[in-house]
Write a protein that binds this ligand. Sequence first.
Ligand SMILES: Cc1ncc(COP(=O)(O)O)c(C=O)c1O
Length: 412
Amino acid sequence: MLDKNDILQIRKDFSFLKLEDNYIYFDNGATTQKPEKIIKGIDDYYRKENGNPHRGAHYFALKSTEVYEGAREKVAKFLGAKSPNEIVFLRNATEALNLIAYSWALENLKEGDEILLSIMEHHSNLVTWQYIAKKTKAKLVYLYLNDEMQITDEEFNSKISNKTRLFTLTAASNVLGTMPDVKKYIEIAKSKNKDVVTIVDGAQYVPHHSVDVTDLNCDFLVFSGHKMFSEMGIGVLYGKEEILNSMVPFMYGGEMIEYVYEDHSTFLKSPQRFEAGTVNVSGAKSLADAIDYMDEIGMDNIFEYESELTNYAYDKLKDLPYLDLYTTPDKNRSPIISFNFKEVHPHDVASILDSYKIAVRSGHHCAQPLHRYLDINFSCRASFAIYNTFEEIDYFVEHLEDVRRLMGIESK
Ligand SMILES: Cc1ncc(COP(=O)(O)O)c(C=O)c1O
């Protein structure tokens, strides 16, 4: 377990913690702050290595190619992929899910097929499938949750069938912290229908937990770099090479073609097939640097420390009579706690906390169907990262009382 000194050392890597304001940043589920090393890496790249990769024979073209492809190799190793060809760089998890939708689902799904997903999916892993269901006439089937915000085996077994052609599930909910056993469910899904295609949404999981896609045996996994210390605009689609190479391109243009004739073209294999146009080299580099940064701390250390923080916060919040918590009580959860004041609108809560320099998220967190299922419109969400501390949680909990006081609730 990382101790207080380790965390103090880590905190020194983050410039935002040195600002006079002394902000407490609990909106890491939206995006993390960036360590100095990663900001410097981006700066260095543009100062010394900037070129357009895969084009040209000069130093800068070659250097940027080396940086970009080196980042791909790093991501492949980080995810336990069999080959760098299984790693496609895109803008974010949303773009990765859309790529699967347009390049695989539109081409393969048909009436009678079912798309199995859970009610806790982020809109990017839900609205996308609504569109595909409409276009292909496949049916959307939802997995619902029990009172502990978990999918039960009974629920899963009653919804999975040989009609399930696409099964997509978040490995960690961005509202509830729930981490379903994706490996087990993928195995069952494949035993019901050998042609099922499986997607893991790793946007809230990969930043906190080590992953091995080969062990998970998923067909696809998606995540975004900006939620794990890299810059914005870089995300990853992992896909099994055989499936990727069987898919039509999503975007057409430069650097994804083999031969172009007047009336038709042939295309490169994955990953170039899916990376049309000039790519985001500094983003890929910053993601590779972020992986190094997290590996230095240790993914198991990160998960363990963040779990301790979350358990600490959960224990402090769970008995406050004026709060409703929406987080799973299971201690094996991602570092997220969502809650509502019984008598205060979440936007007021977030604004008041902001006046005490505490940043929490308020809204539907791109999960409207889940909020409707929970019978609420919005919630507040505190989400933690490696640079957060137990003292920050104490300060946050103390100031929840101020929210009540400022809203005049005490006097009622
Ligand atoms: C579970 C989950 N999936 C997907 C996404 C989409 O990520 P992005 O907006 O980076 O594409 C998010 C973003 O919050 C998320 O929490």
